[in-house]
Write a protein of this length. Structure first.
Length: 212
């Protein structure tokens, strides 16, 4: 039985709409840059720049919008226990390939990670030649995950609501401080939007925390 959603809150709808518009524009910009780039792996400096100025800010903004959407959803009904059939034995020929787009993360570490020393790269793995395309592929998959979540945030809001119904968390699982891409942004609208989303997500947390 499907629940009827309550009418959307005007503030929530406005914040979510502004967030999706901003994040979709940032993602489209990066994809256009990648499309016009010459063949070959991306430079690590460019990857780090896009991570700091697009990916991490976009994820932080969209996550908080998803929490607002989740707070509007009814508590999911408990699922009846079912007996799972034995999984079929797969031969190497019938195994499904790895999912190319990783899942969009719905939580953040409580604190910000310590910044590494400038100019230092992680030591290369011994025993195998470094894969120059690996950072580029990982970055594109993360960008695609952000694009997918931006295209359908309601889907991730339902997922978040189900997860919180199964496991009660003592505190809001989002970082207390914004990522550097937000604090160093030259756009006052981006900073203002993040502040509004963070405040609204904090206000919505008691309802989400008490989901059972």
């Amino acid at each position: 039985m499907e629940h009827t959603l309550p009418p959307p809150d005007e503030t929530t709808s406005s914040l979510v709409s502004r967030t999706r518009e901003l994040v979709a524009g940032l993602v489209a910009f990066v994809f256009n840059v990648l499309h016009d780039a010459p063949p070959g792996p991306m430079a690590l400096a460019q990857i780090r720049l896009f991570l700091r100025t697009v990916i991490k800010p976009g994820e932080a903004l969209l996550r908080r919008a998803i929490y607002l959407l989740a707070a509007r959803l009814p508590t999911p009904a408990p699922r009846a226990a079912t007996v799972r059939a034995a999984a079929p034995v797969r031969t190497p020929q019938t195994q499904t390939p790895r999912r190319l787009i990783p899942a969009f993360r719905l939580t953040e570490p409580a604190g910000l990670a310590r910044p590494g020393k400038p100019g230092q790269a992680p030591p290369p793995r011994t025993g195998a030649a470094p894969d120059l395309y690996a950072p580029s592929e990982k970055f594109v998959r993360r960008l695609a995950a952000l694009q997918a979540a931006c295209a359908d945030p309601d889907k991730f809001a339902r997922l978040l609501r189900r997860r919180l119904a199964r496991r009660r968390l003592p505190a809001l699982p989002l970082a207390l401080r914004p990522p550097s891409g937000i604090t160093q942004s030259r756009s006052p609208d981006t900073k203002s939007l993040y502040a509004s989303l963070a405040q609204a997500a904090n206000a919505a947390w008691p309802k989400l925390r008490n989901a059972s």
